[in-house]
Structure formats: C-alpha cells, structure tokens
Design a protein around this ligand. Structure first.
Ligand code: NAG
Ligand code: NAG
Ligand code: NAG
Ligand code: NAG
Ligand code: NAG
Length: 560
C-alpha cells in the first residue's frame, strides 16, 4: 500500500485517532456492549422464514402457504386455493421489502414454499426450489424489476425429486445444484438436462441420517476454489466432485457428540477467501486456502426429548474450523460463550462472522425450543483464540424456529421471522408468530466509528461489470486526513437464508495492488478482480471498501 502526501499534522491526527479507536475497541472485549438494534417494521404481515437480498436493493421474503391466513391481504382481490389449510386464501405469504424506503408490497405465491431452498443466478433472478406437498417439485423464479410489476413465476413438476429441506449452491457454470431434502437421497441441477432420466443418487445423504431424528437435513454446501463441493451433514463431511458424481475425500468426523443439521440445526460458513498474488507470479491473484466453520446444533436425542417429553436439553456450545484445502485437514474446536441452536451465521464485510438468532435449549421443530438467544455473538476469525467471541447487545424479540437474517448493502443485518407453531398464532405465549422486521447494527456502524467509514465515489468499470482477472480501481473518500488502518476491498455474494443456513454465501477479499491518495480526502484503490468462477461464481456481488474494519455502503458489481 503506497500512500503519498504525508505531513507532520496528518500523522498527529492519525495518532490521536489511533488511540481513540484502540480504546473503544478494547472496551468492547469486556462488556456486552457491541452493536445495537432498531425495529424497522412492527409487522410485515408474514413471518420471514426465507430471505434473499436482490441487486436492486430489495429483499424478497417468504413464508409458507399452509399455515392459515397471514396478516397481509393480497392486492387486487387475488386469492388462491390453499392445498392444505384453507379452501380459499386471500392473504399474502411473500413480500418484497424495499431497503431504502423501508416499505413492502405483497407478492403472490401459488404453491407451498415451506422449508424450501434458493439461489440467485448470474442475471440476478432468484431461482427458488421446492417446498411441501403441491410445492415440493416446483421451481419459482423472481426477476427483479424497476417498477412494481414483477412477481413470482412458477414452473410446476420441474424437479425430479421432492425438495423439502434441501440446500442449493450456485455453480461456476451458472447451474444450480440442489442437494438432499427429506427422503430425497439425491441431487439434481437447474436448469435440468432433459436428456437425462433422473436425479443422481448420493449415498452420503442416507448414511448421515439418524433414525427417528434425521439430523442431516438442509446439508451445508460450500463451493470451494478447487471446483469441488464441500457437503456437511449431521457430523460428517465430504469433498464432492459433482461432475463425476464421485466423493474425492472424506473429512474427519467433527469432534464431540453434537449433531449439526436439521432438526439439530447448527450453521456453517465458508470463511472469507483471501486472494493474493503468488510470489514472482504475474498479476493474477489466487487463493490457496479455504476454511469452513460450523457452529452450534444439539446433542443426539434432543429433538425426540423435546417432541415426546417437552424436555429441552442444552444446545451445542461448540464450533469447529477446518482448512478443507489442507492435505490432511483436522477440525479445530472452539467454544461459544453460550449454547446455540438455530443460529444464523453471516459473514460481515469486515471479514468477521455474526452469530444471530436461535435458542439455548431444544431443537428446530414446532414447540421444540425454549430460552431464546437474544444476544448475537461476533466472531473475529483472525483474533487470538481467547479473544474471538464478543457478545453483542440483545434484541427484545425471540427469533427461534423459522426466523432468518441477511446482510444488507449498508452493512446492517436484517432480521425477521420466528414461528414455532403449526399455524400462524399471533397470540401464542411466550413465542407468538413474529411478523416484525428489525435490523442489527454491528459495532462498525456505531456513531463513534462513523469517521472511519469510507464512501465509494466511483468504480472504474464499464457497466459495473468485472471479468475474471480484470484489474480495476475504486475511488473513495475518507473523512480523515490519513487512513488509520488497512484498506481492503471485499465482494460478498448475498445469501438465500432459511433454517439458519445462508446458502451461496461467500466473501472474496480482493488483492490490493496499491492505494493512492488523490486529494485531501479522496483515494484510489487498485485491485485484481476475482481469479475465476470457482472462486467467485458469476453473479451480482456487494462490493465494499473496508477501512480499519468499517465498511462503506456497498456498490453492486456484476462478476462474469
Ligand atoms: C396485523 O395487521 C394490523 C394492521 O393491518 C396491525 O394493526 C396488527 O398489529 C397486526 N398484527 C400483528 C400480530 O402484527
Ligand atoms: C445432457 O446429458 C447428456 C447425456 O449424459 C450429455 O451428452 C449432454 O452433453 C448433456 N447436455 C448438457 C447441456 O449438459
Ligand atoms: C500488473 O498490473 C499493473 C497495473 O495494471 C501493471 O502496471 C503491470 O505492468 C502489470 N504487471 C504484469 C507483470 O503484468
Ligand atoms: C436449558 O438447559 C440447561 C442445561 O441443561 C438446563 O439447566 C435448563 O433447565 C434448561 N432450560 C429450560 C428452560 O429447559
Ligand atoms: C395460540 O397459542 C395459544 C397458546 O399460547 C393457544 O392457547 C391458542 O389456542 C393458539 N391459537 C391458535 C389459533 O392455534
């Protein structure tokens, strides 16, 4: 990083700011003080079970269609035949939320989306897969539009197998792989190859199934930079070549007895992929390491105990990290400050992980958990082991089964949903069907840190589209005379989040070639674009400039 134009006075300002920021960050390690919460909407009329941020700064939110009437009426006297509960249902089960105006409008979904999965394709269209009963083999697409004209489009009987509790991953060739689901020990692709007779059998999905409890639904999927798929279910994981339908490697079983997948719902993230230039190499930046982190879950038998005896056992407190690209990978275990099940794990533009929502006792399932986790926990992957977990300020709203969370382009975490009941029940005590939306502001959005936040002025790219290996620059301003910490440029692919798993979530930290100061407050950072489609599958990413851990508002970049 080469900064020109230094002077004595700027160094002085920098030193003062340095002391100010170190003091404030040292405090947060010892107090439950980080972050804050804001209620955005007391009710959006539906319970946010599934969420996806779209590149036009809207968030598609949906629930299930078979839990009775929601608290939001469909527009234009629309109604639908409900396949399970109501003869005629004129209420909405999906909304489109507009981030900037904090408003929402109802959408029309025809078939049941309960416990389904999704991915956004390279053009920004959400491809949602499966659900329940009449919806279990349906594909629904949603293409963002500038006005209010867009709505769901449904392709019935598209999928080979029922996909209820399946997981998806976008692939380098822009296909989407759909893996597993209840009684579906197989995977398949969208778009489908019409000349093939069926889906592909995957024995691993039956091997990891616990009798009577499952504990392997919504398997964790991560596309690795080597092009293989990491699949984790229950306590086991594999490196899978989906082209050859072949298991390349079996990873060690995660230590401890805790189960990690639905209904013993833990979560998993692919930690940030950091691109660097190889020594003596050309300008192409590569990544040589990929690391996965799995947190939370529940011990064996927890689901049955909750269902049959109303006994809610303590959730898992452990997390495991594994460098999946090592020749001999091993799990390294760490312990959260409290037990957590049904916790969402989201990557922040700073490179940290936020653990949010969930419960300390019980499992996923109806009426199966108590003791909500109101405090998020920030995890700092690069810190010393004893200083990695930082407890954040609590929300007042329990977010347990069927709640969700998503990172917004402004760095906030959108949080919604929670409905541990078979139907919508707005009066249930103590955990009513939750219709509110709130935002968690991570510590980098604290007013005292506002001076650290960069603002992007321009991106020197045609149509904000970057091709692989393309070098480009970003101009930004800082309200400081001199940067007080590292400048990085990060790309985040927004996730499809449901049941505590953020599908497709990935973060690529670009290789910075240099940073040049243009004027008192303006800087230009030159970066290497992502290496290839295995590192960053094609699509719309949120690009953040991060200064001393504080991210700018994102700009959407199309990677292709
Ligand atoms: C349902 O919606 C009405 C307004 O349409 C609102 O007054 C009420 O509080 C909502 N109920 C819940 C439980 O959010
Ligand atoms: C579809 O599958 C057939 C049979 O395996 C294969 O020959 C063909 O290339 C595939 N088509 C596409 C578009 O992948
Ligand atoms: C690397 O990129 C920089 C900036 O675009 C350029 O000046 C330099 O010549 C490139 N070096 C090589 C070896 O391609
Ligand atoms: C939660 O689990 C802890 C530890 O097993 C137990 O002591 C506590 O009673 C449980 N809480 C509830 C409300 O069941
Ligand atoms: C809502 O939950 C309460 C228990 O908290 C129960 O008494 C009531 O019958 C439920 N209502 C519906 C409509 O299921």
């Amino acid at each position: 990083m080469a900064i020109k134009n230094q002077s004595f006075s700027t160094i002085l300002v920098c030193l003062l700011l340095y002391f100010f920021t170190t003091l404030s960050s040292a405090q947060s390690d010892f107090e439950i003080s980080g972050g804050y919460w804001v209620i955005l909407q007391p009710s959006i009329g539906i319970s946010a079970m599934h969420m996806q941020v779209l590149y036009n700064d809207k968030v598609i939110v949906f629930d299930r269609t078979d839990s009775g009437p929601s608290n939001l009426t469909l527009l234009d006297n629309q109604c639908r035949q409900n396949d399970d509960v109501l003869h005629l249902d004129c209420t909405a089960h999906s909304v489109l939320y507009d981030i900037a105006s904090n408003t929402f409008r109802p959408l029309m979904v025809q078939t049941d989306t309960w416990c389904s999965s999704g991915s956004v394709d390279s053009d920004g269209t959400l491809v949602q897969t499966g659900g329940y009963h009449g919806g279990e083999r349906v594909i629904r697409t949603f293409t963002p539009c500038q006005d209010n004209s867009c709505d769901w489009v449904e392709l019935t009987k598209y999928l080979w197998d029922r996909r209820w509790y399946a997981s998806n991953q976008i692939l380098p060739d822009n296909r989407i792989i759909v893996v597993g689901g209840r009684k579906a020990f197989s995977y398949e692709f969208f778009p489908k190859n019409e000349s093939l007779p069926s889906s592909y059998y995957l024995r691993f999905l039956i091997e990891t199934r616990d009798p009577g409890e499952e504990n392997n639904l919504y398997p964790f999927l991560h596309l690795l930079p080597n092009g293989n798929l990491f699949i984790f279910a229950n306590r086991r994981s594999i490196l899978f070549d989906y082209v050859k339908n072949k298991i390349v490697k079996r990873f060690p079983v995660i230590p401890g007895e805790d189960k990690r997948n639905y209904p013993s719902t833990g979560s998993s993230v692919l930690l940030p992929l950091r691109l660097t230039r190889e020594n003596g190499g050309d300008n192409v930046s590569v990544t040589t390491e990929a690391e996965v982190m799995v947190c939370g879950g529940a011990p064996a038998g927890a689901f049955i105990k909750a269902e049959k005896e109303q006994v809610y056992v303590k959730a898992s407190t452990s997390c495991g990290r594994i460098k999946v690209t090592d020749p001999k990978p091993v799990w390294s275990m760490e312990y959260m400050p409290m037990p957590r099940v049904m916790t969402d794990m989201l990557l922040l533009p700073s490179g940290d992980v936020i653990l949010i929502n969930g419960a300390a006792n019980g499992t996923a399932g109806w009426e199966d958990a108590v003791n909500p986790n109101l405090n998020p926990v920030l995890y700092l992957p690069e810190e010393e082991p004893t200083r990695r977990f930082v407890i954040m300020k609590p929300s007042t709203i329990p977010r347990m089964y069927h709640s969700t969370a998503a990172l917004l382009p402004d760095g906030r975490i959108l949080v919604g949903g929670s409905n541990p009941h078979r139907r919508y029940n707005f009066t249930a005590y103590p955990y009513p069907t939750e219709l509110s939306l709130e935002a968690f502001h991570p510590p980098y959005l604290a007013p005292q840190k506002a001076h650290l936040r960069p603002s992007i002025l321009s991106v020197e790219l045609m149509d904000r589209t970057v091709s692989y290996k393309q070098v480009f620059s970003v101009t930004f301003v800082l309200a400081l005379f001199r940067p007080s910490g590292t400048i990085s440029v990060t790309l985040i692919l927004p996730s499809f989040t449901t049941h505590s798993f953020a599908m497709n979530q990935r973060m690529v930290v670009l290789d910075v070639i240099n940073v040049a100061q243009l004027s008192t407050f303006a800087y230009k950072v030159l970066v290497n674009g992502p290496t290839n489609a295995r590192v960053a599958p094609p699509g719309f990413y949120m690009m953040f400039v991060v200064h001393a851990g504080s991210p700018s508002h994102a700009v959407w970049l199309k990677v292709m």
